[in-house]
Design a protein around this ligand. Structure first.
Ligand code: AMP
Length: 420
């Protein structure tokens, strides 16, 4: 079904055509009519599915159907977990609304930068406000903005907002909204906490679930290079050079690790920049734009900082370390192979991460190809997923196993053997 059949106005269809979209993505097909009809929405969808246009287009359509009040109160509030996602959502909303007449005003506010310029920008009123929860509460407490005319609330990446500890801020903000409003909630995962939040929030929501694009992963080639921990930096340099990768997003598990790797890459003239929570907003923005422009070849990021980064057609994503949670692996590799293009998700897996790799395979329901690169072979890595061994009978209570002191418990990570 083409976009033109979904009931969107001509100025929006024009913006869609200019963005180069020809057919709606599955989530757009379901979300656009539901939101146009004023329903609440509970959508299981992650970045890369086209969810932003899925809510932004029908919201813009509805808003432009009737004029704003005299002092332009906030009529749509979009909450996001990170500054980057807020900025990107704001950009998308402005882009899709470009041809609407009269124009709708969109503003983006987030923490980590001075509050005063944001207060100034809010002064003339805005129709659509995209915000991170903490900064918005600050602005409300300073009377810079009122939320009592909000018609539609969007919680984008709700699971991440809860992970980042925003639940109390979200609840405080919801208390400031009119009781009667439309609520749209997007989340990649549905934990007990999300369920609790949705129960009080959504009224007869339309439920939408789109397959996490990359669990199917037809367009993403996934490879795990088994290697020694100490050789990871050299292996990464080798891969970048020999394959002549020009744009690589690399994930590390810590900010410190991101900095160290960035320094190493820059030392051997592979231009790299790090993006993580300790970087100033200016540094993050310039790293991201340098990366998008091709001036920076390798962007090294932590999971939180990278969440929501929207870079079209990223060809290579590298897990320098596997994430602690297998769901994060799916989020990470969701950055590549977009829009039907081929992408590659590479994981550098050392001995102590083989367990984590198996958990990822369990989650995505498929084995990940394991390879080794000559000169960087793992000294001591367990073989690929062996078939599940038959369950051993429980040892008798008085066996030597049962009497083992707890310090030797099998649950504790063992120190790595050799230099792995
Ligand atoms: P999102 O999931 O909202 O982060 O969108 C992921 C990417 O898909 C963005 O780069 C969008 O510009 C792009 N996109 C959204 N809708 C479509 C569409 N219908 N056709 C092609 N690309 C799209």
């Amino acid at each position: 079904m083409p976009f033109s059949k979904l009931g969107l106005s001509d100025p929006l269809l024009r913006a869609i055509a200019e963005a180069g979209y020809t057919t709606p993505s599955p989530i757009q097909l379901q979300a656009i009519p539901a939101v146009l009809n004023g329903h609440d929405l509970l959508a299981a969808a992650q970045t890369g599915t086209g969810k932003t246009a899925g809510f932004a287009l029908p919201i813009l359509h509805r808003l432009s159907q009737h004029a704003s009040g005299a002092n332009r109160p906030v009529r749509v509030l979009i909450l996001t977990p990170t500054r980057e996602l807020a900025a990107q959502v704001g950009e998308s909303v402005s882009k899709y609304g470009e041809h609407l007449h009269p124009r709708l005003k969109t503003e983006v506010v987030f923490g980590g930068v001075k509050i005063n310029p944001q207060m100034m920008r809010l002064r003339g009123g805005v129709d659509i406000l995209v915000a991170t929860p903490g900064r918005l509460l600050d602005l409300v407490s300073q009377n810079a903005v009122k939320l009592d005319k909000v018609e539609t609330l969007v919680l984008d990446e709700a699971d991440r907002m809860l992970d980042m500890g925003f639940i109390r801020d979200i609840r405080k903000l919801i208390a400031l909204l009119p009781k009667k409003r439309q609520n749209l909630l997007f989340s990649a995962t549905f934990s007990e906490d999300i369920r609790k939040l949705t129960t009080g929030l959504l009224v007869n929501p339309i439920k939408i679930e789109v397959a996490a694009r990359n669990t199917a992963a037809e367009t993403v080639e996934q490879i795990a290079y088994l290697c020694n921990k100490a050789n990871k930096a050299e292996l990464l340099c080798h891969l970048i050079k020999t394959n002549d990768w020009q744009q690589v997003l690399v994930f590390t598990s810590t900010k410190h690790g991101a900095n160290r790797l960035t320094e190493k890459l820059n030392k051997i003239a592979i231009k790299a920049a790090a993006i993580h929570g300790n970087k100033s907003q200016g540094a993050r923005t310039s790293a991201l734009s340098g990366f998008k422009a091709g001036d920076i070849r390798v962007l090294v990021a932590t999971d939180v900082a990278a969440r929501g980064i929207d870079i079209a057609l990223l060809p290579h994503v590298v897990n320098y370390e596997l994430p602690r949670s297998p769901a994060d692996y799916v989020h990470r590799i969701g950055r590549t192979g977009r829009a039907g293009e081929e992408g590659q998700a590479i994981s550098l897996v050392s001995h102590d991460e083989v367990g984590a790799l198996r958990l990822v395979e369990k989650l995505i329901g498929a084995p990940i190809k394991r390879e080794q690169i000559v000169g960087f072979e793992a000294a001591d890595v367990a073989p690929p997923m062996p078939p599940e061994p038959p369950r051993a009978p429980r040892p008798p209570r008085n066996s030597s196993q049962a009497r083992r002191p707890s310090g030797n418990s099998n649950n504790k990570p063992r120190p790595a053997r050799g230099n792995v």
